[in-house]
Design a protein around this ligand. Structure first.
Ligand code: NOJ
Length: 502
C-alpha cells in the first residue's frame, strides 16, 4: 500500500482570526491566509488546518457555528475560501477544516426554531436538569422561557446536539460533502468524544475526560465516525479526519482510529507531559503501542504555549526546551501538528488587560481563570506597531500584542541563522528528506538518566532533559541540533539529530 500523505504530514494550525488580517478590521481572515501561503510553503509544512471561519456570533471564537455551509463576513466569503483552497493546492499544501458536531451556536436556525418550540428533539431539552458542569465553568444547563432547560457542555451559546436523532446525522453527512466537494483534504473534528451522552443523563461524580464517563466517549459515537469514514473514502485524493479526543487512556483513544473510523486523533498526552525524559518516554511507548498512526502536538489554541509551559519564569530556558521538544517530536514516527507562532518562539501572553480578554473561560469563571487568549495573540509579521504587520496600516489587532513581539517577528527572524524561525525551517526541511525513507518504528538506545536516545534506521535522536551535559551516542554525522553542542557533549535542554552509517 502506498503511504497516505497524512501519515508523516506536518500540519500547521491556523487560528484564522489571529494569523493575518487582509481586510483591515483587526481580525485575521481567509484572504490574509492566502497572502501568506508562500511563507507556509517556505516554512516546509505539508498541510494547514483552519480553525472555524463559519458564520458565528463568536461567543467561543467561532466554535459556535450558526451556519455550517458559509463563511462569516469577518473572515471573507465562500469565493475567498475557494481561492484559498486553490492557492494552497498550487503551493503543494493540503487543507484541513474544522468541523464542530457536538454543538451549534444558539444563533443557528435549528436552535432558534427550538426556542420557538419547533424541533427541540435536535438538541437536548429536558424538564429537569442533572449535575453536569460546563467545561467553561458553571452549570451545563440553561433554562428557556417556557421552563425547559437545554444542555451545553461549553458556553450557553453552544447548545449540544442530540445525536440520537437521525436528522442530525443526515445534516452532518451533507455538511461533510459540502466541504469535500469544495476540495478540502480533511477535517479536524471538534470535541470528537462528545456527541453522545449516556441514556438518561445520569448525575456524575467527576466530569473529567474519563473513558468511563457518562458525559464523554459513549460507545455510540463510533457509529458516527464509521458513517463519516465511508463518505471520506468515497472521494478521491486520500481525504482524512483527525479527531480532537480528550480521554484518560491511550486504549480508549485507539478506539477512534480503528481502520473504519478516523485516520488520526490528537495525542494530547504528549502535550500534557512535563519536561521529563521518563514522562516523554512513557507517552511515546504508550502511543506507538496503541495507535496505528501516531500524531504529536505540543501547542494549540486551547493551551498555554509550550515555550512558557516548560519554564514559566525563565523564557530563555523555555525556548531552548521548546526547540528541543520540537526536534524530538519531528523525529518520532507519525504526523506532527504545529501551532501558528511556535516557529517564532512566541510565549504565552500572560499580561493581557482584562478589558481585552474575549475567551468565555475568563467570563464563565468570573475572571478566576485567565482563559486561552494568551496563546491567541495575533502573529507579529514585522517590527512595526500597532499590529506588527498583522493588519494593514494603523489598524489595531483584536488582541493587543506585547512590545516584545517586535523582536520575535518574522521580519526580524528571517535570514538570521540563529533564529527560531530558521531553526524550524531547517528542521522541517531535514525531516522532509528523511520521513519517508526511514522505518516507521522506533528503537530505544541505552541512555543516561534524564536523557532519551532513540533510533529509526540511520537517524538517532538524543534529548537531554537532565541538568548535566551527556556524551552523544555513537554516530557518523551531526544533522541538526536545537542548540549549540559542546564538542561531543549534548548540553541540558537540547536535542540533536545524528546519522550513523549503518
Ligand atoms: C475545542 C476547541 O479547540 C475549543 O477552542 C473550543 O472552545 C471547544 N472545543 C468547544 O467547541
Amino acid at each position: 500500500m502506498d503511504i497516505p500523505w497524512w501519515r508523516d504530514a506536518v500540519v500547521y494550525e491556523i487560528y484564522v482570526r489571529s494569523f493575518a488580517d487582509a481586510s483591515g478590521d483587526g481580525v485575521g481572515d481567509l484572504a490574509g491566509v492566502r497572502e501568506r501561503l508562500p511563507y507556509l510553503r517556505e516554512l516546509g509544512v505539508d498541510a494547514i488546518w483552519l480553525t472555524p471561519f463559519y458564520p458565528s456570533p463568536m461567543a467561543d471564537g467561532g466554535y459556535d457555528v450558526a451556519d455550517y455551509r458559509g463563511v462569516d463576513p469577518m473572515f471573507g466569503t465562500l469565493s475567498d475560501f475557494d481561492a484559498l483552497v486553490a492557492g494552497a493546492h498550487d503551493h503543494g499544501l493540503r487543507v484541513v477544516v474544522d468541523i464542530v458536531p457536538n454543538h451549534s451556536s444558539s444563533a443557528h436556525p435549528w436552535f432558534q426554531a427550538a426556542l420557538r418550540g419547533e424541533g427541540r428533539e435536535r438538541y437536548l431539552f429536558r424538564d429537569r436538569t442533572n449535575n453536569w458542569q460546563s467545561t467553561f465553568g458553571g452549570s451545563a444547563w440553561t433554562q428557556v422561557e417556557d421552563g425547559q432547560h437545554y444542555l451545553h457542555l461549553f458556553a450557553p451559546e453552544q447548545p449540544d446536539f442530540n445525536w440520537r436523532n437521525p436528522e442530525v446525522h443526515a445534516e452532518f453527512l451533507d455538511i461533510l460533502r459540502f466541504w469535500l466537494d469544495r476540495g478540502v483534504d480533511g477535517f479536524r473534528i471538534d470535541v470528537a468524544m462528545g456527541l453522545y451522552k449516556a441514556e438518561g443523563l445520569p448525575d456524575v461524580g467527576d466530569q473529567s475526560f474519563k473513558a468511563t464517563s457518562p458525559v464523554w466517549g459513549q460507545p455510540e459515537v463510533h457509529g458516527v465516525y464509521r458513517e463519516w469514514r465511508k463518505v471520506l473514502d468515497g472521494y478521491p485524493g486520500e481525504r482524512m479526519a483527525v479527531g480532537e479526543v480528550w480521554t484518560d487512556s491511550s486504549e480508549d483513544l485507539a478506539l477512534y482510529v480503528r481502520p473504519d473510523e478516523l485516520h488520526q486523533s490528537f495525542n494530547f498526552a504528549w502535550l500534557q507531559a512535563p519536561w521529563s525524559a521518563p514522562a516523554f518516554r512513557k507517552v511515546i511507548d504508550d502511543t506507538l503501542s496503541t495507535v496505528p498512526f501516531a500524531t504529536w502536538v505540543l501547542s494549540n489554541h486551547d493551551v498555554v504555549r509550550h515555550r512558557t509551559r516548560y519554564a514559566a519564569d525563565d523564557p530563555v530556558t523555555g525556548l531552548e526546551r521548546a526547540k528541543a521538544a520540537l526536534l524530538t517530536m519531528l523525529a518520532l514516527p507519525g504526523s506532527a501538528y504545529l501551532y501558528q507562532g511556535e516557529e517564532l518562539g512566541l510565549p504565552e501572553v500572560n499580561d493581557l488587560p482584562d478589558a481585552a480578554r474575549q475567551d468565555p473561560v475568563f467570563f464563565q469563571s468570573k475572571g478566576e481563570l485567565p482563559g486561552r487568549d494568551g496563546c491567541r495573540v495575533p502573529i507579529p509579521w514585522t517590527v512595526d506597531p500597532p499590529s506588527h504587520g498583522f493588519a494593514p496600516g494603523g489598524v489595531r489587532p483584536w488582541l493587543p500584542q506585547p512590545a516584545a513581539f517586535a523582536e520575535l517577528s518574522v521580519e526580524k527572524q528571517e535570514g538570521d541563522a540563529g533564529s527560531t524561525l530558521e531553526f524550524y525551517r531547517r528542521a522541517l526541511a531535514c525531516r522532509r528528506d528523511l520521513a519517508r525513507s526511514i522505518p516507521y518504528t522506533l528503537e530505544w538506545l541505552k541512555s543516561p538518566e534524564g536523557v532519551l536516545f532513540f533510533t529509526r534506521g540511520p537517524l538517532i535522536c538524543a534529548l537531554n532533559c537532565g541538568a548535566r551535559p551527556v556524551r552523544l551516542p555513537e554516530h557518523d554525522e551531526v544533522l541538526l541540533a536545537s542548540g549549540p553542542l559542546r564538542g561531543d557533549l549534548l548540553p541540558p535542554d537540547t536535542a540533536v539529530w545524528l546519522r550513523r552509517a549503518s
